[in-house]
Design a protein around this ligand. Structure first.
Ligand SMILES: [Mn+2]
Length: 454
């Protein structure tokens, strides 16, 4: 495992300047949503520690997204209390404990904007709140005493929809966090590529990723997918083999870092061999860039997804993996054998961020295109959305078997599939910040700046 040699990504001064306007915007849209839904105030819980059954340990804690939108704190049993027109309050959980280190009262770029109250336990938190919470909406899990707190509504669906809808639009502060998360993630990817080239196992590569990101696994936004050879054909491959396969032909790594609560979500595919699979990676990279070039405000994401299938049909044809033209490939559904997931999703506090299907805050979802059940975003893009662009092309045994059985198999050139199957598959994924005229590629920008810095 390499030493941790990455200089910390600077907690850039601009964050302090950006957070105030970000929070002001959040307060404003929350006030509007509360009024529209008939609530007077909002109370958000960060979450509770979850004990392991019959054990004295707990699972790693992760603050929930409705809390993280207010504060990057990752501490259990904290609350945000917001009444429109007043400075938001943070009830900070500060127990007396000599078994665990108690988190210090936060002092950072964001804390000056809150009234912070230190609370040793839940009873103290309740006492710090207004006596009457009958018109307050509570967001979070149930906890033992919540029934006695007298909150007017728990997780009201209509209010949550209003809040989630607007989370798709990122503020300049949120974009700064996402840029930093991308730079951290890219450092991890660069280290992972080096360890793959040096012959490392999946486990070695994952450790190198963590070290170069400067994060422990529970701080990451999701468990890294580190897949060598055929394992790359498992879309959410979760094992980390300690043994290097022989030969080690290809690496698919889907891994991101987290900054300020915001995630990066990045995938790269590498091969050790010159030849057809390397050429296919090159084609998929060009395809991914062609799709990125279509992204701008006003574009219907469903069209981008369908266009991806059209381009994948061309690649399958050019690579001699299918024997039919593009139109027949699309009509038969054979492209879904090789690309069985959505082309991308909203990204933010959650890796698959909330609100991907909403037509409006107050009603109705936008349907997925027929025959594309895994697409996670159907909205028309707006400037300020952050989305992933992640086309893939895989050799997935159960899907190939199904195609062979249902007649699509006659379109597939099986000897070509057999030759490439040992490489598993390809996915290339970048994070894009949508603008009026195009998009900012946060991931490629980070690869450029981090390569220049080395
Ligand atoms: Mn993704």
């Amino acid at each position: 495992m390499p030493a941790f040699d990455a200089a910390p990504v600077s907690r850039a001064e601009p964050l302090a300047a950006l957070f105030g306007p970000h929070l002001a915007g959040l307060c404003q849209r929350t006030a509007t949503a509360l009024e529209a839904c008939g609530h007077a105030a909002l109370l958000v819980h960060s979450g509770s520690l979850l004990p392991v059954f019959q054990d004295d340990r707990t699972y790693p804690f992760e603050a929930n997204a409705p809390f993280k939108v207010w504060s990057p704190l990752d501490v259990p049993d904290c609350f945000i209390h917001f009444e429109p027109g007043r400075r938001p309050r943070l009830l900070f959980h500060s127990p007396t404990d000599y078994w665990y280190k108690v988190a210090a009262l936060p002092q950072d770029y964001w804390t000056a904007h809150f009234e912070i109250v230190s609370c040793p336990d839940l009873a103290a938190a309740r006492a710090a709140l207004p006596r009457d919470l009958a018109h307050t909406a509570y967001l979070g899990e149930d906890f033992a005493d919540l029934a006695n707190w007298g909150v007017g509504a728990r997780n009201p669906a209509r209010l949550m929809r209003h809040l989630d809808f607007h989370r798709a639009l990122k503020s300049p502060y949120e974009l700064a966090c996402l840029r930093t998360a991308n730079r951290m993630g890219v450092r991890g990817h660069q280290a992972a590529e080096r360890v793959f080239n040096a012959g490392g196992s999946e486990f070695d590569i994952a450790l190198a990723f963590l070290a170069a990101c400067g994060q422990r696994e529970q701080e990451l936004p999701y468990n890294p997918i580190v897949a060598l050879n055929e394992n790359a054909a498992v879309l959410h491959y979760q094992m980390l083999e300690r043994q290097r396969p022989e030969p080690s032909r290809s690496l698919l790594i889907d891994a991101g870092a987290e900054f300020g609560g915001y995630a990066s979500d990045i995938t790269r595919t590498y091969t050790a061999e010159a030849g057809d699979f390397a050429a296919l990676i090159g084609r998929m990279d060009a395809l991914q860039q062609a799709l990125c070039a279509q992204v701008r405000a006003g574009v219907d994401w469903r069209e981008v997804h369908l266009q991806a299938h059209r381009l994948v049909a061309q690649v399958l044809r050019e690579a001699d993996l299918i024997g039919c033209g593009v139109e027949e490939a699309l009509a038969s559904g054979v492209t879904q054998v090789f690309l069985p997931h959505g082309i991308g999703h909203l990204l933010g506090l959650e890796v698959h961020d909330a609100g991907g299907f909403m037509r409006a805050p107050d009603g109705g979802d936008i349907e997925r295109p027929e025959g594309h059940p895994y697409l996670r975003l159907t909205r028309t893009l707006e400037a300020g959305f952050v989305v992933t662009m992640e086309p893939g092309l895989y050799f997935i045994e159960p899907l190939l078997a199904a195609a062979r059985a249902d007649g699509r198999g006659r379109l597939i050139h099986w000897p070509r599939v057999e030759a490439l199957r040992p490489f598993g598959g390809i996915r290339i994924e970048d994070d894009l910040a949508v603008t009026v005229t195009g998009c900012e590629n946060l991931t490629r920008g980070a690869f450029l700046s981090e390569s220049a810095a080395r």
